[in-house]
Design a protein around this ligand. Structure first.
Ligand SMILES: Nc1ncnc2c1ncn2[C@@H]1O[C@H](COP(=O)(O)OP(=O)(O)OP(=O)(O)O)[C@@H](O)[C@H]1O
Ligand SMILES: [Mg+2]
Length: 211
């Protein structure tokens, strides 16, 4: 029996981690074997790459270097964790995956999208999620949630805002181009209402998958 691969996508603070955790406990209650992982990370070497990527000390990192490190972490996670779990028939829930590279590095940073798609193809070994949940959120609300969390945050200048704006729009474009796989959910609703919407999408996915 082959498993199912479900990913969560969207800009910062749209609720990916919150909803992914809810989904995992829901699926476990229903008897599924579930593996929850996150990107970048989810595997020993990939977690080390994550530290390099997220460290504030590495501000001189080039865009290409950043792109390749994300891809490298993804290759590691896919080969060592995701593919084996799917083979065992587990449901794998991943907090961000290849769509993040296209949205952030492609649409956000403006790197060549064709190149990113090729790199995604390599780092995923051609694996495509069965279902992707895109939690859409206006950048203003994302920034507000970040402030509320009192997360460390660099300057809130215009450029930063526009980068996230391009990323959000990129996600919406990717969703339009992959209507069957990517389900768009309004991320502005409260946590419980959002979860009900996620649950509906997942129930309908499993309903169809069983048929
Ligand atoms: N629907 C919601 N309404 C209001 N606040 C929310 C909602 N969902 C999550 N939050 C809050 O917003 C913050 C970010 O949520 P969460 O960590 O789930 O987002 P994320 O998409 O995983 O963010 P990141 O991309 O930074 O990892 C948390 O403080 C969380 O409690
Ligand atoms: Mg998160």
């Amino acid at each position: 029996m082959a498993g199912f691969f479900i990913t969560f996508e969207g800009i910062d603070c749209c609720g990916k981690t919150t909803q992914a955790r809810k989904l995992v406990s829901y699926l476990r209650r229903r008897g599924h074997q579930v593996l929850l992982v996150r990107e970048p990370g989810g595997e020993r070497i990939a977690e080390r790459i994550r530290r390099i990527l997220l460290s504030e000390k590495n501000s001189e990192m080039s865009l290409i270097s950043e792109l390749l490190l994300y891809q490298s972490a993804r290759a590691q996670l896919t080969e060592r964790m995701i593919l084996p779990a799917l083979k065992e028939g587990k449901v794998v829930v991943c907090d961000r995956y290849a769509d993040s590279s296209l949205a952030y590095q492609g649409y956000g940073r403006g790197l060549n999208k064709k190149m990113i798609k090729q790199l995604n193809q390599i780092s995923t070994s051609g694996l495509v999620p069965d279902l992707t949940i895109l939690l859409d959120l206006p950048v203003k609300i994302s920034f507000r949630r970040k402030e509320k969390e009192k997360r460390k945050k660099d300057r809130l200048e215009r450029e930063r805002f526009e980068f996230h704006q391009r990323t959000r729009r990129g996600y919406l474009t990717i969703a339009r181009q992959n209507r069957r796989r990517i389900k768009l959910i309004d991320g502005t609703k409260d946590i419980d209402e959002t979860w009900q919407n996620v649950r509906k999408v997942v129930d309908s996915f499993f309903g169809k998958a069983r048929r």
